[in-house]
Design a protein around this ligand. Structure first.
Ligand SMILES: C[S@@+](CC[C@H](N)C(=O)[O-])C[C@H]1O[C@@H](n2cnc3c(N)ncnc32)[C@H](O)[C@@H]1O
Length: 238
């Protein structure tokens, strides 16, 4: 049993430790319903009906997207710094896909991935956990083949939260960790050095189909329906 701190929350400077601890309840949070109803349809729409040969997911976590993407590729490689998130992914994955998936516990910042290799490199809600975004973007560009697609989606930097929170729905214990607010113009500028930007969406609460009930999460966003909460960028490597 974990010792609860006074205000029922604990701050982790280490993103790896935070996700290792949160993996057990990560998929059960109300936020996942929000992403499933609002973010997932948009991302899948941008990926279209195209079948990719090799997909890389950076920060694949428990496989929220990876499992969906398995129908759209011949091979999926997932990397993540949290062993427990990857463990949950492998546990959830239907056995029929076993031969076309490989996961590795590693950071995009220090990886063993080949250059010019993946047809689609996707990363969802992971870049806001990474301080050195310039290096992360350089690596994403390096591993994607010419003509390949890069899709990055994340919490919007205008969304005013002081840190990222994973709230356990059973006991309300909160795991807090750093939230890096990277300027989108900077991400687009970096991508433009090697890619053509194909799509860019900024989604605010007023544009979404479903929000969690008050008090569950998202209360900060509900104060201002105009503020974007997440963004999606789709680019093609030249
Ligand atoms: C908010 S979760 C998103 C997981 C998944 N993409 C999803 O949509 O549910 C962020 C994930 O990124 C991983 N992560 C954070 N920093 C990373 C890094 N430098 N390299 C690879 N993965 C990282 C975390 O361990 C975590 O599993």
């Amino acid at each position: 049993m974990m010792a609860f701190t006074k205000n029922n929350s604990q701050y982790f400077r280490s993103i790896e430790k935070a996700y290792d601890l949160g993996a057990e309840f990560y998929d059960k949070r109300e936020w996942m319903v929000f992403w499933k109803k609002n973010e997932m349809p948009l991302i899948l729409k941008h990926l279209g009906s195209h079948k990719f040969d090799k997909i890389l997911e950076v920060g694949c976590g428990t496989g929220f997207y990876a499992i969906k993407l398995l129908n759209k590729c011949n091979f999926l490689y997932g990397i993540d710094i949290s062993k427990n998130m990857l463990r949950t992914f492998l546990r959830r994955m239907p056995s029929k896909f076993k031969n076309k998936v490989k996961v590795k516990k590693e950071s995009i910042l220090k990886n063993s991935l080949p250059s010019n290799f993946f047809d689609l490199t996707i990363s969802v809600r992971t870049f806001s956990s990474i301080k050195n975004i310039d290096k992360a973007l350089s690596e994403v560009i390096r591993v994607t083949r010419a003509g390949g697609i890069i899709l990055i989606s994340d919490l919007h930097p205008k969304y005013q939260i002081p840190y990222c929170v994973l709230k356990n729905p059973q006991n309300k214990f909160k795991i807090k960790m750093p939230f890096y607010r990277h300027k989108i113009e900077m991400i687009i500028k970096k991508l433009r050095q090697a890619c053509k930007i194909l799509e860019f969406d900024e989604i605010s609460i007023k544009n979404v189909k479903w929000i969690p009930p008050r008090g569950v999460s998202f209360d900060e966003a509900l104060h201002d329906l105009e503020t974007p909460v997440f963004y999606v960028i789709k680019a093609k490597k030249l």
